[in-house]
Write a protein that binds this ligand. Structure first.
Ligand SMILES: Cc1cc2nc3c(=O)[nH]c(=O)nc-3n(C[C@H](O)[C@H](O)[C@H](O)COP(=O)(O)OP(=O)(O)OC[C@H]3O[C@@H](n4cnc5c(N)ncnc54)[C@H](O)[C@@H]3O)c2cc1C
Length: 250
């Protein structure tokens, strides 16, 4: 597996379940480190190890090696080579917007929209390609998850009917989940950019927990592992960007 994000980590878990030998290589410090941070990423690494996945972190893959027209392994940036019968690359995606160049539709990291997903001149965007101004944080957000794509599709339809003048901001609490082995990982909000992580219920040792992620002292995300009901109690705290609290649900 090249890449330790959602795709690489989930595919590793499934492949192990099917009896394949798996080596996962990622340039991050921990698998799913971008989404979960180091502490929960380290827990995930332990669980993958226990299931027999070999993990190489902090190293880029430079090249896919081939033999007789088939993948035979990869070469790492530190010069090592790893043999493989198959290579799965899950290193993310870039929005396909080149074809919009010169059309007048503003593009950058996707189609640049206002808070209501309007890009101007009668053009709206929804889904992975939409980069909209978050009404809550004032920052551009672009999210590659299907819950977001579905909610944006509904929001854009309503806003097209209302028209740009009366369109309302799209202001969700993003939600995504990942099932790996016996872990159900659920995330409300945006963990990326967090400068603080606090486990507020359960513990990494129990493999059942809720962790709050903070940015500048405010709650930006809540992550649950095998604690779905407790996690839901923290959604409002994420929505309100409430000061980061410890203890029971706010
Ligand atoms: C391997 C993988 C696993 C994933 N697993 C999950 C998951 O478990 N949970 C989750 O929430 N999300 C997951 N995602 C992300 C999820 O698939 C996307 O967020 C979602 O598909 C976005 O929907 P969309 O309509 O914006 O784009 P897409 O579903 O990518 O649809 C875009 C469509 O537009 C077409 N298209 C592109 N350019 C043009 C053009 N110029 N003209 C006409 N058509 C065009 C494309 O061919 C495609 O059919 C996964 C993604 C991948 C790649």
């Amino acid at each position: 597996m090249v890449g330790g994000g959602f795709v690489g980590a989930e595919a590793a878990a499934v492949a192990r379940g099917l009896g394949c030998e798996v080596t996962l290589v990622t340039d991050t410090a921990q698998p799913m480190g971008d989404a979960l941070g180091d502490e929960l990423g380290a827990l995930l690494r332990t669980v993958h190890h226990e299931h027999g996945v070999r993990i190489d972190t902090g190293v880029l893959v430079d090249e896919v090696l081939t033999d007789g027209g088939r993948a035979s392994g990869v070469r790492l940036a530190d010069g090592r080579t790893l043999a493989a019968d198959a290579v799965l690359v899950g290193i993310g995606a870039r929005p396909n917007t080149e074809w919009l160049t010169g059309s007048g539709v503003p593009v950058g990291d996707g189609v640049a929209c206002d808070a209501a997903l309007y890009a101007g001149s009668g053009v709206w965007a929804a889904g992975d390609v939409a980069c909209w101004l978050s009404a809550r944080t004032g920052e551009p957000w672009r999210i590659e998850h299907r819950t977001n794509a579905a909610e944006q599709g509904l929001a854009v339809a309503r806003n097209i009917l209302a028209g740009p003048e009366r369109a309302t901001p799209f202001d969700p609490v993003p939600y995504v989940w990942s099932d790996q082995y016996d872990l159900k990982i659920q995330i409300y909000g945006r963990t990326r950019g967090a400068d603080e992580v606090r486990v507020v219920e359960g513990s990494t040792a129990e493999r059942k927990l809720v962790a709050l992620y903070g940015r500048n002292g405010r709650t930006c995300a809540a992550v649950g592992i095998n604690m779905a009901r407790a996690l839901r109690g923290y959604r409002a705290q994420v929505a309100a960007q409430a000061p980061l609290l410890t203890g029971s649900a706010a």
